[in-house]
Design a protein. Sequence first.
Length: 102
Amino acid sequence: MAAQKGNWRLRTSMDSSTIVEMNRLLGKGHVEHIRMTPFRWCLHILSPLEVNLKLLKIMVYRWVGHDVSFRVSQQFVPFTIFDVFMSTGLEKGGLDILFMNQ
């Protein structure tokens, strides 16, 4: 008997409208402070984010964790933080803050 692939569903919940609203209320001092934190990328969210769930499901299915890559055909395509920056249009910048070395 052939093995059957199990049916699975991908549930995601993402509401970025709160970040959009908060960004509208920030003063210059707040923005300067946030730019020095790991959350600086939130300042670039000017409208609610949309997610293509069909694409996300395929990408999750093809993820190879131990190689930190996606399986595409017979090859592994590595995935780095720079890929996230490029795909979201964010730039790698700001100050690195070491929280553990105080």
